[in-house]
Ligand binder design. Sequence first.
Ligand code: ATP
Ligand code: MG
Ligand code: FE
Length: 336
Amino acid sequence: VIILSIETSCDETACAIIKNGHEVMSNVVMSQIESHKRFGGVVPEVASRHHVESITIVIEEALEKADVTPKELSVVAVTEGPGLIGALLVGINAAKAFSFAHDLPLINVHHIAGHIYANQLHQPLEFPLIALIVSGGHTEILYMEDHLSFEVLGETRDDAVGEAYDKVARLLELPYPGGPHIDRLAQVGSDTYNLPRPYLEDDTNDFSFSGLKSAVINKIHNAKQKGEEVIPENIAASFQESVVDVLTKKTMRVLKEKSVNQLIIAGGVAANSGVRSAFESLSNTHGFELSIPALKYCTDNAAMIGAVAYHMYEANMFSDLSLNGRNTIDIEEIRV
Ligand code: ATP
Ligand code: MG
Ligand code: FE
């Protein structure tokens, strides 16, 4: 089964050719980061325009690199949502046109399912599993009994982790997206600012990260008032320590409640060095099976969309030319 998959939910225009759900024949990602940097974040209208400019090029490049012709494809898959509606529609319209032109079926994929299935690009998923999603717009703990079956056990009540990273980076006047910059600084700084661990005491699997950002604002403000120097490396290290502490402790609590065969970490913040090493050492001491995508498959890409679509194809879960983008989609809606 050879799938052409398209992803345009935010600020990367991406197309991949995936064989049997795990073999990456090509994976093309055109990032718009440079265009959004000067605005300090993704501007939806700018994103849509760039997707329009890039989508055809990216599709052609993916086919060329994989050395595959449209005739050899089994199906076209595309991200339906969640994401920016104008951005999604560019990918969806390209997918519809391609499917119509080459008489191929169409599959609509959930973006967060994609982040989880990025793990399938290096090893098969093992069920039941717990997935911790830490991305730019989502922070959730999910339970999966089997393929394409998602139960939300906990989620953020305000900011997503990636969003918190980007906001703290902005306070430190680091470029967008700030996550990787905070990560870099954190590695040379120390946890000296004693930031709170939001929601850790509460008996809930939900998260909250907006208070952490406010705590950083206060620390910076207080330091400035006292004429003390703000040390960005230490702010970054303190913030990262707090985030990692909350993510690991909450996840470990869920792992105690549910007996599973695998823990998956997914989404852009799964690229974070502190998050990766904390979960790797927990996996070693507690002996649970851990899966984190390779760095390039943590942030948005189309290979992960093709990985989900493979199972949808096997389950005959097709869409049609009436497919529309959706800003939000409840992942529990997915039914085999
Ligand atoms: P969503 O997937 O929820 O729709 P998104 O697609 O915008 O959101 P992703 O592509 O999954 O988000 O991830 C982007 C986020 O990951 C950004 O917030 C970015 O700062 C963050 N990020 C990327 N690398 C790192 C890192 N090394 N450390 C911390 N954060 C990181
Ligand atoms: Mg992005
Ligand atoms: Fe994403």
